[in-house]
Design a binder for this molecule. Sequence first.
Ligand code: HEM
Length: 225
Amino acid sequence: MNMLLRLLTSSLGKKFLMAVTGAGLFLFVIGHLLGNLQIFLGPEAVNRYGHFLQTTPEILWPARVGLLAFVIIHIWTSISLTLENRAARAARYDVKEVVAATLASRTMIWSGLIIVAFVAFHLAHYTLLIVHPEFRDLHDANGWHDIYRMMVLGFSNYWVSGFYVLGIGLLSIHLSHGASAMFQSLGLKNEAYTCAIDGFARVAAVIIFLGYISIPLAVLAGVVK
Ligand code: HEM
């Protein structure tokens, strides 16, 4: 047990934990996108989906607890590894290093922390209903929480929609590097596959960006009303 703990808190162990939790969060982002896109199928489809989740605590609560644990481990390992890297670089201050790194890879810690702020606002907006407590009273003809109307009302505000586009943009930039770094940390990246893996990460990030922003943009354009 002690040895496992020591292994997981070593630099290599932290990289592994960051990659595994990142992969889990990536899958959540895809699943959540597919759930949300049901808004294009009309109110009944998306409200049925929300009602199913809210009335199935045996799925909802383990998913919530797992998600929270993944977020905490992902943030802890990333901050800890960033500090370790900085300390190692400071100790080698006399060696000038030229590192070929993309903007996405150099700003991972910052895009990650801003995404946390975006998700905190998002939870206050649509899950905890702190931003608009009146959304609690929205119900459709079936008596289900009217998530469809809630999203239409929420995204009718240009500032709110703009903030979502910004948050999702940063999330996509973060994923465009994170999804490929994950393969490296898990030891699944070699020269033969590098191009394919980087391409997959970029295409996935673009699909996630376009998929998510299509919802506020469709509301603002009056396509979803
Ligand atoms: C246009 C983009 C998005 C829309 C329309 C949207 C919509 C929603 C809605 C309606 C809920 C509340 C579900 C309910 O309580 O019944 C929700 C919850 C949530 N969303 Fe999003 N979301 C978007 C983007 C994101 C992104 C990018 C992330 C993560 C990076 C995210 C993470 C979450 C989380 C963690 C929850 C809480 C789930 C729970 O425990 O109930 N969402 N979202």
